[in-house]
Design a protein around this ligand. Structure first.
Ligand code: AQP
Length: 328
């Protein structure tokens, strides 16, 4: 069986973008692969976090991952800071990643523009920690949204270079990017990616938003000044809504165009909102149930950490041996 690794940051409640671009695929893949899924709280602190909120968001993100269908009996589901190998491999790989390579990362450039008063070293080396996360599990595939493609390319470069220098150590991973939903755009500005830490709450759908809030946000979604529900260049807002509807219902763009021919944008937006609200209903219900049983959640993430520690420690020992660290 091949291995899958992926993670999500507890920087707020997951959005519809995180769900359609990543988590939905995590769930589908767990029947065919050995999967390790992680709440990456060490990544989250590259941006200022309130400690109390981070703790709460970490637990909620873990519960949400299970609520979406990640099954802790099938997959290794854990919290990054519980498994110390991530920090250990991060250091080793930081010493074989070049400053120039990291300077080219567009996420760093975007985030340093967004948070100009906190361009910390961790934000710069964020991709190295991600490389470590992936390589520790000898992952073959990494399901991510398109925004993470560049980090995946870096992962491959670092792994290939390490293998060439020290002999075969790491599996070289491939990105697994969904055909549809790989980049869900903001509802308030469809030229911008939907993000959970967006200041404008109308820009994103949180997967825990109430059905009426979801419909209201879709009704407000920015579109264009013509009247046609059609997937076409220049119609970013409509294209985004059509992508969302198609991903949640399975209907093709042709079907959607036919269904909404001659109808106004108002009807279309309401229909998308209702379809999304319905699609997310079981997730919300599962989440409420899980959050009411903290001891179950705790037992899941403890076991996940033990399993992840065991798998990743094997890689770590191999790495230390290869680079010439004297064993204890
Ligand atoms: N808009 C999106 N469309 C499709 N996929 C997306 N992902 C994120 N946004 C979209 C994918 O979700 C996974 C987890 O993302 P993350 O939490 O690790 O970080 P991110 O990419 O920075 O996500 P956000 O929501 O934009 O977080 P903030 O606001 O904290 O920066 C990844 O696989 C990502 O590709």
């Amino acid at each position: 069986k091949q291995t899958i690794f992926s993670g999500i940051q507890p920087t707020g409640i997951m959005t519809l973008g995180n769900y359609l671009g990543a988590i939905k695929n995590w769930v589908e893949l767990q029947n065919t692969y050995n999967c390790a899924y992680c709440i990456v709280n060490m990544h989250a602190i590259t941006v200022k976090q309130d400690p109390k909120a981070l703790k709460q968001h970490t637990l909620e993100a873990y519960a949400l991952m299970l609520a979406c269908g990640v099954d802790p009996e099938k997959s290794v589901a854990f919290i990054q800071s519980h498994v110390t190998t991530h920090a250990e491999l991060n250091w080793v790989l930081a010493c074989s990643t070049q400053f120039g390579e990291l300077s080219r990362m567009t996420q760093f450039k975007d985030k340093s523009k967004r948070y100009p008063d906190n361009i910390n070293a961790g934000l710069f080396t964020y991709p190295v920690l991600m490389v470590a996360d992936i390589l520790l599990y000898q992952s073959n595939l990494v399901p991510v949204g398109i925004d993470q493609k560049q980090h995946l390319e870096l992962t491959r470069d670092v792994a290939i270079r390490f293998n060439n220098t020290y002999g075969n150590t790491f599996t070289i991973p491939e990105p697994y990017i969904p055909k549809q939903g790989a980049k869900i755009m903001s509802l308030a500005d469809p030229t911008k990616k939907m993000s959970k830490s967006d200041d404008n709450v109308n820009g994103f759908i949180s997967i825990l938003d109430k059905p009426e809030t979801i419909v209201k946000k879709f009704k407000r979604a920015v579109t264009d000044s013509d009247m046609e529900v059609a997937y076409r260049e220049g119609k970013d807002g409509i294209n985004n809504l059509m992508t969302i509807l198609s991903t949640v219902t399975g209907d093709s763009f042709e079907t959607i165009e036919r269904d909404f021919a001659g109808k106004g944008y108002g009807d279309f937006k309401t229909a998308v909102g209702e379809a999304v609200a319905e699609h997310l209903r079981p997730v919300r219900e599962n989440f409420d149930r899980l959050m009411a049983d903290k001891s179950y959640l705790e037992s899941c993430y403890k076991r996940g950490a033990e399993q992840a520690e065991k798998i990743s420690r094997r890689t770590m020992e191999k790495v230390y041996k290869k680079i010439g660290f004297l064993p204890r």
